[in-house]
Design a binder for this molecule. Structure first.
Ligand code: C2O
Ligand code: CU
Ligand code: CU
Length: 495
């Protein structure tokens, strides 16, 4: 258990440049153009004991944030007023957390993208009551990647995330150095969470007027503030981008159309980098981009209308036609030169042949998966441990949906029978599912058998998830029988 004092001491060790982003109140004076410096979430302090376990402490708490300049908005954050510190651990390391809930209601902390024992997954079965402490721990056993953590209380995830709860969880290994990727946190390696919000006249987050894709904002918030700019001091920057919105898709591009290199998706580095001019991210998805700048120039990261509306008829209503400026990159007059652009990265061995017959199918429609809505007391399927499964996922209606699976990273074998485009050829834990399209996914359930605690699979449009577009599976060892705990669902209404 890390004491409050230890926590503050640890924080003081964080380099000044990062600590400045700590409260998310920009420390620099207002600039003439009306933008403010992009806050960089501080690195979460940690201690490594004699047992080799890296320990972190997080506190979910209410606060107030100047999301819009000059206006204080009531928000929730982890160990701060909004968002949370960036957790970092190395592959192979044991991590442990002490998570305190100082919110007025129960919440949970889910490690999105993490291969983690089901009892520590932080889904709706691991609620933390107000005032309570939760202490999960596990060994990090996966590739270097940009993951994130966020609440997962059944029926209230959208509200908790909208109020500000989410943070980055970066896994490191030797690959960033091996491939010469920018890796100086907050300098040329930038976490960037993109969210949309609507504000009431008195500066609160507007939680009314939910559309069929949930709360859609008219204002872009990056790392907790609107109208941000990033001062760039290196020829090349790595943007680790998370779509942290509840229902909005982004089609990211630079305003001058310059290409960038996509080097990683949800679960880590691609087998080779790919030059793109646009990339689409649905809620929960991540992408790591390398962008090259010339001294003194300003480049704006933008979100463009969604290409072909992905076949969604009511696209305008769902924000698909919108254009937003996301972040201005301002290059300094002298830039530190960058290493050569990497091409070959981490080879990916296919888990299954693209022609493999699916083990299971999932039909997405309305707030249902396979015609059922979430029931915390129903196990939808059991999966034998140490098996590779091939899932066929189909969006059967004309709403946008996506599909996220806990515990694993998957490979997209095929989209309507064709090989996926390069941007969808790496490790993924969340995939956008366009209407009338079938996605064939392969994933391996390596270990962590548990007859009691299920993992979730769901649409990551948080309103859909809250409304029950979610199911549960157990990973079982040979001979194990399901033994889920009965949940008291009285008072639970996701109608
Ligand atoms: Cu990011 Cu089950 O969620
Ligand atoms: Cu998840
Ligand atoms: Cu959905």
């Amino acid at each position: 258990m890390v004491s409050r004092r230890g926590f503050l001491t640890g924080l003081a060790l964080v380099p000044v440049a990062y600590a400045a982003g700590c409260s998310i109140q920009p420390s620099a004076p207002a600039s003439t153009t009306g933008t403010r410096p992009l806050p960089i979430p501080p690195l979460a302090p940690s201690t490594v004991g004699a047992d080799g376990v890296r320990r972190f402490a997080l506190r979910a708490q209410p606060g107030s944030t100047e999301m819009v300049r000059g206006i204080q908005t009531p928000t929730w954050g982890y160990s701060g007023s909004v968002l949370g510190p960036t957790v970092r651990a190395r592959r192979g390391e044991q991590v442990a957390f002490t998570i305190t809930n100082d919110l007025p209601e129960a919440t949970s902390v889910h490690w999105h993208g993490m291969h983690v024992p089901a009892e520590f997954d932080g889904g709706p079965h691991q609620m933390i009551a107000p005032g309570a402490v939760w202490a999960p721990g596990w060994t990090v056993q996966q590739h270097a990647a940009t993951l994130w953590y966020h609440p997962h209380p059944h029926g209230a995830t959208e509200k908790h995330v909208q109020r500000g709860l989410s943070g980055f969880f970066l896994i490191d290994d030797d690959s960033a150095a091996e491939f010469g990727l920018p890796r100086e946190y907050g300098v040329d390696d930038i976490p960037l969470v993109i969210q949309d919000r609507r504000f009431t006249a008195d500066g609160r987050i507007d939680e009314s007027d939910t559309t069929d894709v949930g709360l859609l904002g008219d204002t872009i918030v990056t790392n907790g503030i609107t109208d941000a700019h990033l001062t760039v001091t290196t020829e090349r920057v790595r943007l680790r981008i998370l779509n942290g919105s509840s229902g909005r898709l982004y089609n990211l591009a630079f305003a001058d159309g310059r290409p960038f290199q996509l080097v990683a998706t949800d679960g880590g580095l691609l087998s080779e980098s790919v030059a793109l001019e646009q990339i689409q991210l649905s809620p929960g998805e991540r992408a790591e981009l390398l962008v090259t700048l010339r001294p003194g120039e300003n480049v704006t990261l933008r979100s463009l209308p969604i290409t072909d509306r992905t076949g969604v008829d009511r696209a305008a209503e769902f924000g698909f036609d919108d254009t937003f400026d996301i972040l201005t990159l301002r290059a300094a007059d002298a830039l530190r030169p960058a290493a050569d652009l990497p091409t070959a990265l981490v080879p990916m061995t296919p888990l299954a042949a693209a022609t493999a017959a699916p083990t299971r199918t999932f039909d997405l429609q309305w707030f249902m998966i396979n015609n059922r809505r979430m029931d915390m007391n129903r196990i939808d399927m059991t999966i034998p441990v140490d098996t590779t499964e091939v899932w066929s996922v189909r969006n059967k209606d004309n709403w946008p949906h996506n599909f996220h699976v806990h515990d694993v990273q998957f490979q997209i074998l095929a989209i309507d029978g064709d090989p996926p485009p390069p941007a969808l050829s790496g490790w993924k834990d969340t995939v956008y599912t366009a209407p009338d399209t079938t996605y064939t996914l392969a994933m391996h359930f390596a270990d962590h058998a548990d007859p009691t605690y299920p993992y979730m699979y769901h649409c990551h449009l948080l309103h859909h998830e809250d409304k029950g577009m979610m199911g549960q599976f157990l990973v079982l060892a040979p001979g194990q029988q399901p033994a889920p705990m009965a949940m008291d669902m009285s008072g639970m209404d996701h109608g």
